[in-house]
Design a protein around this ligand. Structure first.
Ligand code: ZN
Length: 88
């Protein structure tokens, strides 16, 4: 990583987003409780299901499933518990 650590996006510079972008994005979004727009998240390595988040929640999302994290290790970034992301 390089650049200004205070700049927006510094944490995820060079890290892929785990949501679908472009014309296929609408296939991975749905209206959830309260009429809010949710979008699916996929493992950045294997494409496995990573649950869903509020579309407006974050400008960038990176998700690595447990098997891939155990195989390749986690990135040194803040992590959210599965209960929060999956609503378990
Ligand atoms: Zn994976």
């Amino acid at each position: 990583m390089s650049g200004d650590p205070e700049a927006p996006g510094f944490l995820w510079e060079g890290i892929p987003d785990s949501r679908v972008k472009g014309p296929l994005r609408s296939r991975t979004t749905f209206t959830g409780p309260g009429g809010k727009l949710f979008e699916r998240v996929y493992c950045a390595n294997c494409g496995g299901d990573g649950g869903a988040i509020l579309a407006s929640w974050s400008p960038h999302v990176f998700y690595l499933c447990d098997p891939c994290a155990q195989t390749h290790g986690n990135l040194p970034l803040p992590q959210l518990p599965d209960e929060l992301v999956r609503g378990l």
